[in-house]
Design a protein around this ligand. Structure first.
Ligand code: ATP
Ligand code: MG
Length: 224
């Protein structure tokens, strides 16, 4: 299937189920989605409708059962090793629960992420912490930071390798409204100033208003 040059990710006719037999849940049912380069897309939908599952398929975390995913106009293979290489290079993920390493400082949480990707961390971490507005917290551990600050570390980590696609799973879900607004402004600035392509899941219409396109999920597909 052909894709024009302006797309980062194209998902065609994606199917995904979990479980077997009577307990089988058919989550994604022929879902199609195109994410254009430079767009800030919000995905909304009721709890359990498959938003996280979709994000994990787009982020090459979970393989789909059927359908195709194209990243930068190339079909993503189903083989784990190839997917891991593509994910580490091209995808940045902000999880709903930040998944920071509690025994490491903010700076080391970012540095280890770079090293896992074989990238140098020297001199790169502090500018990233500055970019997310917490240059003064480099030596703090997650337990010594507010939830909003921890989420900024998670964002710094997710953008550290300059991914083509930043995926964020309810990044403001645990934040109060002030911190949520600050984080959304940060994401919007990354999108506007650096051209960062972002897909963000959210339950909040206020958060979705920061995006430049909103899609709604229902019954395992996007509403037209
Ligand atoms: N690993 C799994 N094994 C079995 N079922 C799963 C698994 N992951 C998700 N599911 C089921 O798939 C459905 C969709 O889950 P998903 O996490 O994608 O929903 P969601 O839209 O992100 O919900 P929420 O808004 O509550 O985060 C749910 O019914 C969930 O129970
Ligand atoms: Mg979810």
């Amino acid at each position: 299937m052909s894709n024009d040059g302006g797309n980062i990710v194209v998902a065609n006719d994606i199917e995904k189920s979990f479980g077997r037999g009577a307990g089988r849940v058919h989550v994604l049912r022929g879902l199609d989605l195109t994410v254009r380069k430079g767009e800030f897309l919000a995905v909304m939908g009721p709890s359990g409708c498959g938003k996280t599952t979709l994000l994990h398929v787009l982020g090459l975390v979970t393989p789909q059962d059927a359908g195709e995913v194209f990243l930068n106009n190339r079909q993503v293979p189903l083989k784990d090793s190839a997917r891991n290489v593509l994910r580490r290079k091209h995808i940045g993920l902000v999880f709903q629960r930040f998944n920071l390493i509690n025994v490491l400082s903010a700076a080391d949480n970012v540095a280890i992420w770079l090293r896992v990707r074989g990238l140098p961390s020297d001199g790169r971490v502090q500018p990233l912490l500055e970019a997310v507005g917490i240059p003064h917290l480099a030596r703090r551990k997650p337990s010594q930071m507010s939830v909003g600050e921890q989420q900024r570390v998670a964002v710094a980590r997710a953008i550290a390798h300059d991914p083509d696609l930043l995926l964020a799973d309810e990044p403001t879900g645990s934040l109060d409204s002030l911190n949520a607004t600050a984080l959304l402004e940060l994401l919007r600035n990354f999108n506007r100033l650096r051209g960062q392509t972002i897909v963000m899941i959210t339950h909040s219409p206020e958060a979705a208003a920061f995006a430049n396109r909103v899609v709604h999920m229902k019954d395992g597909r996007l509403l037209p």
